[in-house]
Each structure stands twice: as C-alpha cells, then as structure tokens.
Ligand binder design. Structure first.
Ligand code: PLP
Length: 232
C-alpha cells in the first residue's frame, strides 16, 4: 500500500523528464507520448495511473490486458498490445486493443485484418523491427518492412502508424543513439512513402533520453513508473 503514492510520483517525474528532454533535443513540446507499460502489474496500480490522467497503456500478455480493460471499464483509455503475437490468438488482439505495435510477419497482418470487427475503427499498427537481429527477440528485419507495409496499407481494417523496436541493451548514450538513428532513418523513409505515418515507438526506462534525442514519438515506460517486475 505504501507503494501506491510512488506510482503517481513516478508518473509525474517521467512526464517532467520527457518535457525536459524535448527541450534539450529541440523537439516540439508535447511531441513525445507516454505509453505506461503495465504488464504483470496489478489492476489497482493501473487504475491509480488512469485516475491520475494517464491515457495510454501497454500490455504484453493478451488475456491479462483484456482482463484489466474489462475491470477498469473506462472507454476513454487507449490500450496497446506490445507483446509477441501467437497466430492462434490474433482474434483477441484484433478486437480488444486500439493499437498493436508488435507486427512482425505477414501471417499476423492477414489474420488481424480479417478478424478486426467491421464495426470497429481501423486497428492502429506499428511494425516491430528486430534491429539487432537477436535470436531471442520478436520483430522483422529491416529488409522485410516493405512487404509488411504493402500488406497493411492494402487492408482497410488496419491503419499503418509506424515502427516499434526494442534494441539490445547498451550502456552509454552514444551507442544507444546510434541504433535509434538507424530506426529513425527507416521511419523517415516510411513517412515519405506513406501518409498517416506518425509513430516512432522507441525508448524504454533505460534508454528514454537517447530515443527522444533521435526522434521518438512514443516512449514505452514500465519499470520507471510501476517498479521492477518478477517476470520480464
Ligand atoms: C516491458 C516492455 C517495455 C517497458 O520496459 P521497461 O524497461 O520496464 O520500461 C517497453 N516495451 C516493451 C515491448 C516491453 O515488453
């Protein structure tokens, strides 16, 4: 229980840090959105964050995220699915989230596009790039982005918003910036080629500054808001 006020302090601190970094790197004020990553965290903490005005939440486990949505029952909140998508669960993702940031293969695009209920607005999607080609991580290779983009823009029930990535951990700011700059280049090319692309989802608790320096429009912050996790 003593933990709860710290969530609000943490949120406040993160928002101030984002504002400071926008200024430091000459980004327009308000150009970096905050996604609160609430995976594995109890409902009460998510509720507290929502009551304090946090609007967008990221979840990695499909059913856990849907449970929270059902229990909080606040239609103004925006839910992002950011975890690995198994193809037998795409129907749940398609119909219970506003955004999916972890698109990495054609089969998932096809299934989400077909399963999104026609009465819902288009599902916002980002393509996840495995920028360090790590065997353990989801995401496509940069060369695979174009064919995913073509498939997404050919699907009226999906709306292409941009890119998401989780680079391998790097200790210093320069190295972190270097990998994010490669992602920014791919993102800017996508923006030149397609209308409506407005989201570069990069930056987590440990590399938020580098991401904002390189043009992130959405940082996904878990630990720095909700504390450390037992599960990844
Ligand atoms: C867990 C997770 C985050 C948040 O990471 P923190 O280091 O806790 O800020 C962001 N993005 C994705 C895709 C995640 O799985």
């Amino acid at each position: 229980m003593t933990q709860q006020p710290s969530i609000l302090d943490n949120l406040h601190t993160i928002k101030q840090q984002i504002a400071t970094l926008e200024q430091r790197y000459e980004r327009p004020a308000g150009s970096v959105r905050l996604l609160a990553v609430s995976k594995t965290k109890p409902l009460e903490l998510v509720q507290l964050a929502a009551q304090s005005g946090q609007h967008a939440f990221g979840e990695n486990y499909i059913e856990e995220g849907i449970d929270k949505q059902t229990q909080i029952a606040d239609p103004t909140l925006e839910w992002h699915f950011i975890g690995n998508i198994q193809s037998n669960k795409t129907r749940l993702v398609a119909n219970h989230y506003h955004w999916v940031q972890s698109i990495d293969r054609l089969r998932i695009v096809t299934r989400l596009a077909a399963q999104r209920a026609p009465e819902l607005p288009p599902l916002n999607v980002c393509i996840q790039i495995n920028i360090d080609a790590e065997a353990s991580k989801a995401g496509c290779q940069p060369e695979e982005v174009d064919q995913l983009v073509e498939s997404i823009i050919g699907s009226p029930s999906l709306k292409l918003r941009g890119l998401m990535a989780i680079p391998a951990p790097r200790q210093n700011l320069e190295d972190q910036r270097h990998v994010f700059a490669r992602l920014r280049d791919i993102y800017q090319q996508m923006q030149r080629d397609h209308t409506g692309v407005d989201t570069l989802s990069i930056g987590m608790s440990a590399d938020m500054e580098a991401a904002i320096a390189e043009g992130s429009t959405m940082v996904r912050i878990g630990t720095a808001i909700f504390g450390s996790r037992d599960r990844p």
